[in-house]
Design a binder for this molecule. Sequence first.
Ligand code: SF4
Length: 326
Amino acid sequence: MHPFAYTKAMNTPEALDAGRRGGRYIAGGTTLVDLMRETVERPGTLVDISALPLRGITVTRSGGLRIGALVSMAEAAAHTAVRAAYPVVSQALELSASAQLRNMATIGGNIMQRTRCTYFRDVSAACNKREPGSGCAARDGFNRSHAVLGTSDQCVATHPSDLAVALAALEATVQLLGPDGERTVSFADFLLQPGSTPNREQALERGELITAVVIPAHPRPLKSGYLKVRDRQSYEFALTSAAVALHIRGGVIREAGVAAGGVGTVPWKLPAVEQALIGERPSDRLWSEAAGHAADGARPLTHNGFKAELLKRTVERQLRTVGGTE
Ligand code: SF4
């Protein structure tokens, strides 16, 4: 591990000042400390933000949910309002990491976590994300777990967060606070596809801090759920996953939010699947036809061609689980 300075911010202005001067924010530390040990990350200064008032889960005036950035994954998963209104969120959280990690890791840190690409974590391998311009060892290497959607010549790494897939399906927003004040970014714009700059992963300006994630109000009743397919049933990242939220009234699907994980360089919203569902009546045939669009645009690599078909089946199964048949 490289030497670094550590400071604990006791209030938000202190944190922002340290962030503006180039300090890296740390809360649960479950990703960053690992990466520092492996010398993948080498921050000069860590700014501990765990004392900031960014906790709490509240119902917004419009009926949505605001989850503070420092709420732990375990607390959010267990919260009564989250479980009642958005099972897709609590399920995505409970299928992530291990119980110990969920107790430490925060909501803000979860959506900031970095890829599990093994070449990214091996400092002897070429990796444009870690070392811009050095190449991408995964493209010609073992890429079974890598992305098939949103890739570029520069990087094909998946985004690892399950929570982010649920938030994408629900069209959440991210609240940010920086030296120039507050702003809100749609979740779709917050996480960046690699393009020619895979080292830039979030739409964050220097010194900006995530203060909360906000899930907008959705029409009721809203059925939702998360399915994660992986090589083993515990403490493993997704090969594919599907977050589904459906508003069904009068036997007709009025609103649909569907997103996929394990397949994209960012959580992958599936508008073609959503459009195929809206205005239709739930049926096995509808689930199958809509899920047929899930892998539109997929570009498989040498070892991950199976993901396109697995994704369609994952989405179809989760549509059936959430929507049932009438
Ligand atoms: Fe690095 Fe991305 Fe290539 Fe992995 S896929 S080696 S993270 S550039």
